[in-house]
Design a protein around this ligand. Structure first.
Ligand code: ZN
Length: 460
């Protein structure tokens, strides 16, 4: 069996792994490269494998850096199946349709997008499923069986850890691991064993502040900025972060813990995603389920306003401060937040609150680094507004969380002799955090660990 790394190797985007079992091939994730222009150019390259030989793509979750090249895959000749949890597939549809409209260099057309949906095959968590074979090579001969199972990754709605079973081995793909406990989702689950593990390492070298601390920080920030009559802008990922934020704002507003001010969700994608969140309440954690049962509408509270159309969005300008604006994109690389930033950043009374991961090369990263001026819509915009950061909002496990997850698998695998963890591949992280986590695994778990190169092929 061979495993190749065609994305998210020493970077955080473009997740794409190829597993070859004898002559059968499957992919795990098919994400978009994001960030610097040299990374984005990779999206246009040909896939480094014959698409007609691939039996399936198994998706871990609906973030663009895990699903964004699916329509290109179909366009270029893939004819297998696309497996994911039902919520992941619903969100994937929304995200890809949104991408269709915002893509700078067109990677796929509406036709490719629509065709992609025909390949979707929803699979629930915990249901062991066999991957059907496309290839005719095995007619009459014993073909190797490949099956898989989803566990809850607790990262975004529908997100999963993928366990793959073939040739008597078990390979675990972490996908992106959540930062449990979170306001809405269930906690990240632990596979009971593994022979090989691919683990993400976005925060492989850092720990997050406490979960409760971030809620207090948010409360303080709202009190301060609303109290001073300013505009609080929050660039936010449309998926999960916005819904989590609304969940916490719901609590703060309903318990009268912050001064009154209108709160705008100015992101069509976030608004549409809320529809999917409402459909899959069965995936929520106990606290959120309890709130729902007690009649609280989590995504509906006084002075909350959803602005779907461009016209509605423009009208936010006419509302006098104080006001709170939540808009995408989370790293200020596009979307409606840019219009608000351009308008409100020059005034020191206002505040930009960063609650998302800010990748290298993004405007968000410039804010994070304290830039006094940024470029928005080809204009230099002075940054006089306060820039605040709340780190604990990450939807990724931190160094401690990643280590704990591996530790759990290692110890429960030890009880089952057959599945001693043989090797850990550290992916989906920039070089420094990835290397740092790999070192931790070697030093403190005594398991072989490697940070693979892009394009590397290893035998399992
Ligand atoms: Zn993700």
């Amino acid at each position: 069996m061979y495993l190749s790394f065609f994305g998210a190797a020493k970077v955080v985007t473009g997740a794409n792994y190829l597993l070859e079992i004898d002559k059968r091939k499957i992919l795990i994730d098919c994400g978009l490269f994001q960030g610097s222009s040299s990374l984005r150019e990779k999206n246009l390259e040909q896939f480094p494998y014959n698409l007609k030989d691939i039996d399936a793509v198994i998706l871990t979750h609906a973030h663009l850096d895990h699903i964004g090249r699916l329509p290109k895959l179909i366009k270029d000749g893939f004819r297998g199946r696309i497996f994911a949890t039902p919520a992941t597939l619903d969100l994937t549809k929304l995200i890809l349709e949104d991408e269709l409209e915002v893509q700078e260099i067109p990677l796929f057309s509406r036709k490719d997008f629509e065709k992609t949906l025909d390949f979707f095959e929803p699979v629930e968590y915990y249901r062991k499923t066999t991957v059907p074979s496309l290839s005719k090579i095995y007619l009459g001969k014993g073909k190797p069986e490949i099956s898989f199972k989803f566990l809850d990754a607790g990262h975004i709605l529908g997100s999963s850890i993928v366990e793959i079973f073939a040739e008597g081995k078990k390979i675990v793909f972490s996908g992106d691991l959540g930062n449990s406990p979170t306001p809405l989702l269930r906690s990240t689950e632990f596979p009971s064993s593994a022979d090989y593990i691919l683990i993400e390492s976005t925060y492989g070298d850092r720990n997050h502040p406490d979960f409760l601390e971030r809620r207090d920080l948010l409360e303080d920030m709202l009190e301060e900025i609303i109290g001073e009559g300013g505009v609080l802008m929050i660039p936010s990922f449309a998926l999960e972060r916005t819904q989590e934020l609304l969940y916490e704002l719901n609590e703060l507003v309903e318990n009268h813990r912050i001064p009154k001010a209108p709160i705008f969700v100015d992101s069509p994608l976030a608004i549409k995603s809320i529809g999917v969140y409402k459909k899959y309440k069965r995936y929520y954690n106990r606290e959120a389920s309890f709130l729902l049962r007690s009649g609280d509408k989590i995504f509906d509270f006084p002075r909350l306003d959803f602005t779907k159309t461009v016209e509605e969005s423009k009208k936010i300008n006419n509302i006098n401060p104080p006001k709170v604006i939540i808009a995408g994109s989370g790293m200020s690389t596009g979307g409606r937040i840019l219009h608000h930033e351009k308008r409100y950043l020059p005034d020191p009374k206002n505040c930009l609150l960063l609650i998302c991961y800010q990748a290298t090369g993004t405007t968000g990263r410039e804010f994070f680094r304290g830039a006094k001026e940024v470029e928005i819509f080809e204009e230099r915009v002075p940054v006089r507004a306060k820039i605040k950061v709340i780190q604990g909002y990450s939807s990724h496990a931190d160094r401690q969380g990643l280590f704990r997850w591996l530790y759990h698998i290692k110890s429960s695998a030890q009880l089952q002799d057959r599945h001693k963890v043989k090797k850990v591949f550290v992916v989906h992280g920039e070089e420094k955090p990835a290397e740092s986590l790999a070192q931790l695994v070697k030093d403190h778990l005594g398991i072989e660990a490697e940070v693979p190169e892009h394009g590397e092929r290893v035998e399992l």
